[in-house]
Design a binder for this molecule. Sequence first.
Ligand SMILES: [Zn+2]
Length: 87
Amino acid sequence: MIVFGTKGYLYHLATVTLVCGGCGNPTAHAVRRRVTKFTLFFVPLFPVSTSYRTQCAFCGVERKVTAAEAERLAGPGGVRGGGSHQR
Ligand SMILES: [Zn+2]
């Protein structure tokens, strides 16, 4: 029997101050990368999808952003170095 599936990983990239689209307050937003990895026998092999989101610390609204936007928000070196495992 072959056991396979996917597993989600969440990487915290940066915390930036943005005007929230949900509550309209200029508050801290967490910039996160979500990576879904294909797993075989519970061993993650390769990423199948990657998405970027910001989350408002005030109201908790999440907004999907592009990789380029997340990179810009996180600043130089923030998103680069793909294999980092910071939370
Ligand atoms: Zn908000």
